[in-house]
Design a protein around this ligand. Structure first.
Ligand code: ZN
Ligand code: ZN
Length: 458
């Protein structure tokens, strides 16, 4: 097994494990107590006014109408609960306490309803073969729109809102530390699976991957926004181990922060290294652009293919430096082969389907200010400093399509402090404390997912 390893800091692993075990006390305050490390010099400032940069704070104890504390009919608190300032080992942090439960309001157009009903497995994805959502009628995050959701949604609410497969989100009551003065990393820090930032509503930022690869060989790794496109809700999110997350730009989040595309986007979230993640727009009508390019397998003479048209049997030695060339790899699907995802949806594995299909094209970054660097960020000389963007392209009808690497990465630009929320690749040597956290365990009816595997229901 050659999956990316997940390192979960011990203090954060506890609430995750409790939730994963179906514990009924997941509502317990599991806020990390930084004073447990006696060598840590900590001071707290509870004045939130100066540190709430973009965070969507739940100031009136709003609870979800659809997502409940496990086994109760008590709605879970939504969005961010508090934003405080804290100094740890002489570094100032913004400390964000959040449940991970969103409160999106969703209104679908008739075209969007039609698209839902045109899902390849609509006949079984929806209980009655079609969504019960109606055009131009608003509904809330977690409200039943007819999906045949995972059994676990019965205990937490949310049944009918998520397509089959993903578990339902739970109140994770977690706390994230974001350095106020982030610094560039001095070594390569690859992102891992699991949360690697918070969106401004306190839900999790996840990277490009979903923990799956062709024949589980660790090469030809699938991209969550592509292979799981039918496994996310109408806001482009889903939960793993109770943790609701977006792997790519969410329209619903964009609406919450009033991003109209008429100027540089507002902040959508923060990465674990402390740098802000802005929305997709660089300026009025101009999208920020990923500088990651797709290899050309189909032209046998291309510089980035494997020498035989359509064949995937070589990988780049370094996807950040294409000039280093290629090495042989286990064969993946050809660019005309079908690939079946965990949820049983079938895709043509054309170029751009797998992580290994991409490389950073320095020539694109050099094109201009709206072209991002290998970390999917830039400092374009305005007063925003270095920041990331979510990246999308637009089709002719204006629909946004996620563009690799979607959020940040595949590496962080900034240094990851010891108390960062994120998992990083290599953070758990030899498998260490982390282990694997496949994105979406799909379990039989009499089983439930726990830390990425299916176990008999208790
Ligand atoms: Zn920008
Ligand atoms: Zn996911």
């Amino acid at each position: 097994m050659n999956f990316k390893l997940v390192f979960i800091p011990p203090l954060l692993a506890l609430p995750l494990l409790l939730v994963g075990c179906g514990s009924s006390d997941s509502a317990e305050d599991t806020t990390t107590d930084t004073t447990t490390d006696s060598s840590t010099d900590t001071s707290t400032d509870t004045d939130t006014s100066s540190t709430s940069s973009g965070w969507i704070i739940n100031s009136d104890d709003e609870v979800s109408q659809n997502l409940f504390e496990s086994g109760t009919n008590q709605g879970s608190l939504v969005n961010v609960q508090s934003v405080t300032a804290e100094t740890v080992d002489d570094l100032e942090y913004t400390v964000v306490a959040a449940t991970g439960i969103a409160n999106y309001q969703v209104t679908l157009s008739q075209d969007e309803i039609d698209a839902l009903n045109a899902r390849p497995k609509a006949a079984t994805d929806f209980l009655s073969g079609a969504t019960t959502a109606q055009a131009d009628v608003a509904f809330e995050f977690g409200e039943d729109i007819g999906y045949n959701s995972n059994n676990d949604c019965e205990t937490t609410g949310g049944a009918g809102y998520w397509p089959p497969g993903p578990v339902c989100p739970e109140n994770l009551s977690r706390t994230g530390y974001f350095p106020n003065s982030p610094e560039p990393a001095t070594e390569d820090v690859a992102s891992g699976l699991g949360a690697m930032g918070y969106w401004v509503n306190g839900t999790s930022v996840y990277q490009w991957g979903d923990g799956q690869s062709y024949n589980n060989e660790g090469v030809w790794q699938t991209l969550a926004p592509v292979a799981e496109v039918y496994d996310v809700d109408v806001c482009g999110g889903h939960a793993a181990n109770g943790d609701y997350h977006h792997h790519f730009s969410s329209d619903c989040l964009g609406k919450m922060v009033n991003d109209e595309g008429t100027s540089h986007s507002p902040i959508y979230g923060y990465a674990a290294d402390g740098y802000a993640i802005y929305g997709p727009w660089y300026s009025n009508g101009v999208l920020a652009k990923s500088s990651w390019a797709v290899r050309d397998y189909d032209d046998a003479n291309s510089d980035t293919g494997c020498g035989t048209a359509g064949v995937r049997d070589c990988v780049l030695i370094d996807e950040f430096n294409v000039s280093l060339g290629f090495e042989d790899a286990a064969s993946g699907p050809s660019t005309s082969d079908e690939y079946s995802s965990l949820s049983g949806n079938t895709f043509i594995a054309s170029a751009g389907f797998f992580y290994e299909d991409f490389y950073w094209d320095t020539a694109l970054t050099d094109l201009g200010a709206e072209y991002l660097d290998q970390f999917n960020g830039h400092d374009s000389g305005d007063d925003l400093g270095y920041h990331y963007h979510v990246t999308v392209t637009q089709d002719d009808s204006g629909t946004q399509i996620p563009a690799f690497p979607y959020t940040i990465g595949p590496r962080f630009y900034g240094k990851i402090q010891d108390n960062a929320i994120t998992s990083t690749e290599g953070g758990a040597p030899d498998g260490g404390d982390g282990g694997e956290l496949p994105d979406l365990p799909f379990c039989e009816a009499d089983q439930e997912p726990e830390m990425g595997v299916c176990i008999p229901q208790m």
